[in-house]
Design a protein around this ligand. Structure first.
Ligand code: HEC
Ligand code: HEC
Ligand code: HEC
Ligand code: HEC
Length: 182
């Protein structure tokens, strides 16, 4: 019985520390990611993203159209302060602001870490160069188009007051940002 309890206690400790470890993974912002992901050789991810509508997604919440949608949903606060809008126009879910590091700016809308997960623990070169280590440190990657599409649809769906039919191939074509094969 005692051994069982010891094992159980150890297990609980391990689970708790696993959660706190993840909780410490913070959002560092696009400038940090962009430092290493902007050259031609790397595939210009920063530039492709900056030119995409995702980079404008927060700004869109300041428009008259947004105020209309917010009103129609009976929201008491402006769209830029309502989790009901911010969840898709920034992250896909509500994120605790204590997880934002200094360089992070919510005004950058749907950004690198909205899709790849908070980067404080995977952003350094040694981790980044190693796929297994990056994944263990919280980097989200998607294994094939089926998974990518499923992920896109976590925001591109009928819960959006502006929903347009989501045509995956066409939409992915507009934002994809692969590292060029050498
Ligand atoms: C210090 C430089 C550096 C920083 C900062 C950095 N990366 Fe990377 N990243 C790399 C390198 C190097 C690779 C791997 C080589 C390659 O594929 O070009 C990589 C690979 C990746 C990959 C592909 C991983 C895979 O398994 O295919 C993703 C996605 C990625 N980074 C996202 C990010 C995001 C998001 C941030 C910001 C939170 C970031 N990176 C910050 C250097 C960096
Ligand atoms: C966190 C939520 C979220 C996720 C995840 C997401 N999007 Fe978006 N996407 C948006 C929002 C919000 C807009 C509208 C931005 C605006 O116009 O201000 C948008 C707009 C777009 C646009 C521009 C629409 C147009 O008509 O040109 C494209 C293209 C796009 N997304 C593709 C994708 C693809 C492909 C994926 C999956 C890899 C994806 N999105 C995942 C929230 C998301
Ligand atoms: C489920 C995710 C989701 C939610 C919740 C959401 N949006 Fe969006 N929003 C999107 C996506 C995705 C687009 C891009 C349109 C498309 O391609 O479907 C968009 C587009 C928009 C646009 C641009 C429409 C246009 O015609 O140019 C406005 C404005 C907007 N959203 C405001 C809001 C407001 C205000 C709220 C909160 C009441 C909100 N959204 C909640 C996902 C969402
Ligand atoms: C709307 C979601 C979304 C946004 C925003 C986004 N990415 Fe990605 N990214 C993806 C998806 C999906 C893939 C392809 C599958 C994968 O490797 O995860 C990808 C792939 C990558 C890769 C690997 C490419 C390869 O060929 O192996 C890198 C590097 C990367 N992203 C970096 C970034 C950086 C840096 C930013 C911000 C400047 C960014 N991404 C913004 C969804 C996104």
């Amino acid at each position: 019985m005692r051994t069982f309890r010891t094992v159980l206690a150890a297990l609980i400790c391990a689970i708790v520390s696993l959660f706190t470890m993840q909780a410490q993974n913070k959002y560092v912002g696009t400038k940090m990611c962009g430092m290493c992901h902007k050259s031609d050789k790397q595939g210009k991810q920063l530039d492709i993203w900056q030119k995409s509508k995702h980079a404008e997604a927060y700004k869109t919440l300041t428009t008259a159209k947004a105020a209309e949608f917010a009103k129609a949903r009976g929201l008491k606060k402006p769209a830029t302060e309502s989790p009901e809008c911010l969840e898709c126009h920034t992250f896909g879910k509500t994120v605790d602001a204590s997880l934002f590091e200094k360089g992070f700016d919510i005004k950058e809308g749907v950004q690198c870490e909205s899709c790849h997960g908070p980067g404080s623990q995977y952003k350094n070169m040694t981790v980044m160069k190693d796929k297994a280590k990056s994944a263990a440190a919280g980097l989200l990657v998607y294994k094939d188009n089926v998974e990518i599409e499923k992920f896109c649809r976590s925001c591109h769906n009928e819960k959006s007051p502006a929903y347009k039919e989501f045509k995956f191939e066409e939409m992915w074509g507009k934002i994809k940002h692969a590292v060029p094969k050498v």
